[in-house]
Design a protein around this ligand. Structure first.
Ligand SMILES: C[S@@+](CC[C@H](N)C(=O)[O-])C[C@H]1O[C@@H](n2cnc3c(N)ncnc32)[C@H](O)[C@@H]1O
Length: 196
């Protein structure tokens, strides 16, 4: 699956960052809340950092940030946008679990993780967090009374839709304590702050 994700985001990197990255300011409120949950000089992993705008915000607020993304084009843009921040081309699943983080920021990524793969993905995020570490995660809200994946045949990527209860239950199943849940982007999206 990650090969297709990589190809897709390599193709749309420029367009995506122009439209949803730099200048959009959508995540600023949530980033500020995230920082409040963290200790001073915390170690942060930005999973699926895209063009690096959120990594830069965290770095500028004195946090130690590593931004990772499977797309090398996204990482190229990130490095150009914020040369002082650390970025790596990497699938989070392949990140060694030796180093642990105080916080994981994972914004607008989880909808590309299929229902079948989501347990594995969350297990990995949990392992990468320190005890009491904070996870920020977003998802797309289902417009039906069920969770479902749509497979985009052209781009060969999944878009997943979750009911709010399923999203919360999933985090609880993975032993996270939900600190805050909120809809965002109208009711099309949702976000949680959760603690390990
Ligand atoms: C919709 S973009 C979001 C980018 C950024 N977080 C934002 O909010 O603007 C999703 C990004 O996640 C990356 N991605 C998806 N699955 C990933 C994984 N398993 N490991 C690392 N990056 C991943 C994609 O390459 C893409 O750049």
């Amino acid at each position: 699956m990650s090969k297709e994700i990589e190809k897709y985001y390599n193709k749309i990197a420029e367009e995506y960052t122009k439209q949803h990255g730099y200048g959009e300011q959508l995540s600023i409120g949530s980033l500020k809340k995230f920082i409040k949950f963290l200790p001073l000089n915390a170690d942060i992993l930005d999973v699926g950092c895209g063009g690096g705008q959120d990594s830069k915000f965290l770095y500028d607020n004195n946090l130690n940030v590593l931004g990772i993304d499977v797309s090398k084009e996204m990482i190229k843009l990130s490095k150009k946008y914020s040369p002082e921040t650390s970025f790596k081309v990497l699938n989070v699943i392949d990140l060694p679990s030796i180093k642990k983080y105080d916080g994981i920021w994972c914004s607008r990524v989880f909808h590309n993780v299929s229902i079948k793969e989501q347990d594995n993905f969350l297990k990995k995020l949990r392992v990468l967090l320190k005890k009491d570490g904070i996870l920020y995660l977003t998802s797309v809200v289902s417009d039906k009374k069920e969770d479902y994946d749509i497979f985009d045949l052209n781009n060969k990527i999944t878009k997943k839709y979750l009911m709010p209860k399923s999203f919360k239950d999933l985090l609880i199943k993975h032993n996270f304590k939900i600190l805050k849940f909120k809809y965002w982007e109208g009711k099309k999206g949702m976000e949680v702050f959760a603690q390990k």
